[in-house]
Design a protein around this ligand. Structure first.
Ligand code: UDP
Length: 239
């Protein structure tokens, strides 16, 4: 579990929204640079880092299906959007001297490897950052659920969810100034109170398998490093 020694292998979930910075669409290079630098410093400390990248800055399937698109097709578009973010992160990491591999759940051999779990583990053991794209490759899921599933399958010790808020609150802190932040939660509380940690599929997958989730502010200085070290940061959801 999280202690002062931290984790050895983690899945870092980066929301697509974070990639956009202050904009609603596209990629803010300053954000990707910040994230890449932090990942490089934890990898240099010997932590194995796999990243699941979201795609909310590109395309959200559910929103488009409400406007009349076929949900599955819209979700596939969403999954393809995540790959664009993956390639951006890959570039910023490699420019900083860290080896990376992108593995996608929808095969696209020219730009990425296929998702092969045992190969992903080998890459991690060699100090490469593995970036998972295209979610689970299946509509009706999210990249949060992907992060939980990949963490379980590759034997990571925690899912670290970097977002734009500094933890989980009992109400939306942007509209409720008196909202209270939780330091620690159990999965059931998240589900029964409908707290916005991850979607219910992702939370229940973590609950059933005892996978800890840390929700933290991605852009705070040094936060990624602290989260990976298992320092007290954001909100910890654990058994
Ligand atoms: N998506 C999907 N299956 C998955 C992962 C993602 O269909 O396993 C689609 C879905 O349409 C989603 C979009 O990809 O809206 C972008 O992913 P997500 O919303 O999870 O990104 P984030 O919220 O992290 O930016």
């Amino acid at each position: 579990a999280a202690g002062t020694h931290g984790w050895n292998r983690v899945v870092l979930k980066l929301s697509g929204e974070a990639f956009a910075g202050g904009e609603s669409l596209g990629i803010d290079p300053d954000v990707v640079a910040h994230v890449a630098s932090s990942i490089v410093s934890v990898v240099k400390q010997g932590v194995q880092v796999a990243v699941v990248v979201g795609g909310g800055n590109m395309f959200r399937g559910a929103a488009m299906s409400e406007r009349g698109m076929d949900r599955s097709r819209a979700d596939y578009m969403g999954m393809l959007g995540t790959v664009i973010n993956c390639l951006a992160l890959q570039d910023f990491l490699e420019k900083r001297g860290v080896d990376t591999r992108v593995q996608t759940a929808i095969t696209m051999g020219q730009v990425a490897e296929a998702y092969i779990p045992r190969r992903a583990i080998r890459h991690l053991e060699k100090g490469r950052v593995v970036i998972f794209g295209a979610g689970l490759g299946a509509p009706f899921f999210s990249t949060d659920t992907t992060a939980a599933q990949r963490a379980l399958e590759i034997g990571a010790e925690a899912v670290l969810k970097g977002t734009q808020v500094d933890g989980v609150y009992d109400a939306d802190p942007r509209t409720h100034p008196d909202a209270v932040k939780f330091d620690r939660l159990d999965y059931n509380e998240v589900l029964t109170r409908g707290l916005k940690v991850m979607d219910a599929t992702a939370v229940s997958l973590c609950m059933d398998n005892g996978m800890p989730i840390v929700v933290f502010d991605l852009m705070g200085q040094g936060n990624i490093v602290r989260a990976v070290r298992g320092e007290k940061i954001g909100t910890l959801v654990c058994p």
